[in-house]
Design a binder for this molecule. Structure first.
Ligand SMILES: [Ca+2]
Ligand SMILES: [Ca+2]
Length: 542
């Protein structure tokens, strides 16, 4: 009977359109790039309207859902996966200690329930290349995807690569996606065939009538602060809403539910409630060394030569430094609350015991450190990210300090799901560390930004080599802020040699169609966004 009820519930869910009408609605919207405000109302009316037209199904579904507790459900052959991505979230997470004031009780709770990686790094400090790497377990230096374009499916060499959700789908998983998993609208079209069920896209939601901050770049996203609006009208709320709805009507087969939150990506708009959690007078600014860039190579500036993200000088002169820090912290706490809503729904679904939760961010973010704001650097501030696994087979309350990479997520989930190992993945399974956090690893974490610029993060050191051969080296035990570049110290020759040995053996040139934040270096000439950088050209100030 339970099985029949469950079938009825699943059927009701399907008739309600979680595969058909619902995804068609959202895909249509995503294609047109229209605003998504009010999306959840549309979804809800489709859902409830369908159920009301089928009272028997509605009753059966309700009965099935009300008795579907963990103890009554047979253990599925494979664990489910709840895959939570956060955008531009650095290590300002309570459990990671990146900022002393960060309040993230839900992510901290997840970390207590599972294993927190305290030395996890993105493979690129930029959305599209980082996410491409996570979902394919291939390095940017392998694919040549370095900028916000291209979409890797448009590349002859990579168009048929089997992504993580595709691999899970081939093994019987039902795959869902909402919000920002791939960059922009990538992977959200029906013909992309990345996910089976697609929910609302990432979005800012409510916006003020005018920008709140007059930044040097008029870019509309480059903004932060509070204005009168409701949490319920924010894009991330709508994304969480949809995820919660899916968790209330789960399929019979194991699921892969990917939920991508947009904040704390700019614009850092928050409602008063979250803004008030961090009073301006109490804000602790990030640690700063005024002449920090005196010992970083000139080439380090080329990685973010001119961008909409303002330099520290603007933030200070405009009196906006504390405000952007405050807004970032507030946006982080808001996103944490949305993570909490989804985790609560997982708990209420009765499936938490057979669901692996993995939470990650695509890269970090500077808020004044090294005299800049934004990403696109090879220091910890840009590369270090939260990474948490929790669920069956994973040690709880554990912290792993080994250097690990986001592209390890794919082979880790394959192993945890008990699926055949895949050839051709560049990541390494983290299952040994998820069982015993002290298990050593035999390699560091590598981050690449544009062609031939690499950061290597071992347990104790940060090494960077730029395309022109210039280098940086930091002792992360003594100098966690990466202030004192030791690359020129003769005593460091051995450490340098070891770290040079970890650089990728070959480095793909930018893939066809590469654009947006592309830097090249050929014949001694650096070119940023198709403009040559003069060897003596002053570093752009703002
Ligand atoms: Ca990002
Ligand atoms: Ca320095």
């Amino acid at each position: 009977m339970v099985s029949a009820l469950r079938t009825a519930a699943v059927e009701a869910d399907r008739m309600a359109g979680s595969q058909g009408m619902l995804s068609a609605v959202t895909k249509g919207r995503a294609r047109k790039g229209t605003a998504i405000s009010g999306w959840s109302d549309v979804a809800r009316s489709i859902y409830t309207g369908t159920l009301m037209r089928h009272p028997l199904l509605a009753a059966l579904a309700a009965a099935a859902l009300s008795c579907s507790t963990a103890s009554e459900r047979p253990n599925p052959a494979r664990p489910n996966v709840l895959f939570i991505a956060i955008d531009d979230q650095n290590d300002w997470i309570g459990a990671l200690g990146g900022h002393p004031q960060a309040r993230t009780p839900h992510i901290d709770g997840l970390a207590r329930r599972g294993t927190l990686f305290t030395n996890a790094h993105a493979q690129s400090p930029l959305c599209n290349p980082s996410r491409t790497s996570v979902m394919t377990s291939l390095r940017p230096s392998t694919t040549g995807v370095y900028g916000l374009s291209p979409w890797f499916r448009d590349l002859e060499e990579w168009k048929d690569v089997v992504s993580l959700p595709q691999y899970l789908a081939r093994h019987g998983y039902r795959t869902y996606s909402t919000g920002k998993i791939y960059h922009g609208g990538y992977g959200r079209q029906e013909e992309d065939d990345e996910f089976q069920v697609i929910g609302p896209p990432a979005g800012v939601g409510s916006k003020p009538d005018e920008k709140l901050v007059d930044t040097p770049s008029p870019h509309p996203l480059m903004d932060w602060g509070t204005f009168p609006h409701r949490d319920e009208d924010k894009g991330d709320w709508i994304v969480a809403d949809w995820a919660v709805e899916q968790l209330r009507a789960l399929p019979e087969e194991p699921f892969f539910l990917s939920v991508g939150f947009f904040l704390p990506h700019v614009p850092l708009y928050v409602t008063q409630k979250w803004y008030d959690m961090y009073p301006e007078e109490s804000i602790v600014l990030p640690p700063m060394l005024r002449d920090d860039r005196a010992d970083t190579p000139r080439f380090s500036w080329y990685l973010n030569w001119t961008l909409p993200e303002p330099r520290l000088r603007f933030l200070e002169e405009a009196g906006e430094w504390k405000n952007i820090v405050r807004s970032y912290l507030a946006a982080t706490s808001f996103v944490d609350s949305q993570v909490g809503r989804v985790l609560d729904a997982l708990g209420a679904s009765g499936r938490a015991d057979d669901t692996i939760v993995v939470l990650w961010s695509d890269h970090g973010y500077h808020l004044g450190e090294k005299l800049i704001s934004g990403k696109n650097t090879l220091w910890d501030r840009s590369t270090r990210v939260p990474l948490v696994f929790a669920g069956p087979g994973i040690a709880s309350g554990a912290q792993c300090r080994r250097p690990v990479e986001l592209l390890d997520i794919y082979p880790t989930l394959v192993e945890l799901a008990g699926l055949p190992a895949r050839d051709g993945l560049e990541g390494q399974s983290l299952v040994p560390q998820l069982q015993d956090a002290d298990t050593p690893r035999d390699r560091p974490a590598i981050t690449t930004h544009n062609h031939d610029n690499h950061g290597v993060r071992s347990e104790d050191w940060r090494y960077i080599r730029y395309a022109d051969g210039s280098e940086e080296l930091y002792d992360m035990r003594q100098d966690p802020n990466e202030w004192h570049n030791l690359a020129g110290d003769p005593g460091m020759a051995g450490v340098l040699e070891t770290h040079r040995g970890w650089l990728p053996p070959s480095s793909a040139t930018p893939a066809p169609g590469s654009k947006h934040r592309i830097l090249t270096y050929e014949g001694g000439v650096a070119t940023w966004e198709d403009q040559e950088i003069g060897p003596n050209e002053p570093v752009p100030e703002l």
